[in-house]
Design a protein around this ligand. Sequence first.
Ligand SMILES: Cc1ncc(COP(=O)(O)O)c(C=O)c1O
Length: 405
Amino acid sequence: MTMTSPPSLFRFAARAAALKPSAIREILKTTGAPDIISFAGGLPAPELFPVEDLSRAAQETLAEDGPAALQYGITEGYWPLRQWVCRHLAQTVGLNASPEQVLVTSGSQQGLDLVAKTLIDPGDAVLVENPAYLGALQAFQSYQARIIGVPGDDQGMRVDELAGILAGLPRPPKLLYLIPNFQNPSGTSLTAARRARIAELAAAHGVPVLEDDPYGRLRYSGTDLPALSAQPGAPSGAYLGTSSKILAPGLRVAWLVAPDREFYDRLVTAKQAVDLHTSAFTQRVVCRYFLQPGALGSHIDRLRATYARRRLAMLQALERHLPEGCEWTRPEGGLFLWVRLAPSLDAGGLLKTAAARKVAFVPGEPFWIGAPARNTLRLNFSNASEERIEEGVRRLGEAIRGSFQ
Ligand SMILES: Cc1ncc(COP(=O)(O)O)c(C=O)c1O
């Protein structure tokens, strides 16, 4: 018996029709089997989640905060958490914010959506790195932005290209979106000089900068740099941080700093329409964890030590197993590196051969704005052991060699 579905009653908004499902989430559906070595997702190592500490924080929250932890809260977020965020940002990225400028969001992905919702009318220009983070592209596309990719190199967005694009636009873009540290997908970081120059250019052209920094604390070599928003003379914009990669992504607790009062108030109103507020209970649990002396610091040290080993294992395995003609970035932190295959190869086709050998990655194509470099792909190194990284890259090398035959 065949079942045919009746024609849909729903007439979709142009906004929804413009949206494409995330290529990564689609790949993850087929590569989640335990026998597949997956370098596809951006998943932190689950064995490092501080389950016991979070369990204690959750119990204490219920025992000590009682019903307040279970009641509706204010949209802006839990005040002690917003205070902690300010201290944390001052210590780590040189950003001086006050708690009134901090909005707690349900993941930084929600922050991206709220900023887009607040600023973008259909056809408005948004400048992004090229290649760019897919989740941000989805958020901007859902408000029908005109997305313009600014070319980069191994030090992130190129300033000369940015200056050229800004000079050529009839009106300043609504937003310049950047991941200055260990970018997703390329793994590159903006140098100090580029941060200063980009802040200067954005100020000169009156463009707010949306700085997305989920990976900044996960540095394995080199030295930390101040945020782009902390550069002298940087224009007022927004800074996004999250607990996802330094604690656990399932918590969905992140923060958006927006010093401009009107912008902040509009973001709050936009969030009210989405979820009223981020889970009051989870915010308190996360805050309690963060306030435990030394807890976050030693946890991040553990993450760094493990991820640094995995990053090295992947770099060494790539040297050993990838054929001539392949190049890759050597990120100083974060979760990803970016591979460029010989120009004749298509990473989308390679994924099928690789999946048959039980190894997965994300082809670069969906990350590109405009003409994609189909010979690129993203590899995640945080979620597999060193042994599985070695074995997975060996299989990847075989699959690439097979593509030449
Ligand atoms: C650059 C970037 N921004 C934002 C996010 C979303 O993170 P969150 O879990 O805080 O929503 C991610 C997740 O991978 C990311 O890579």
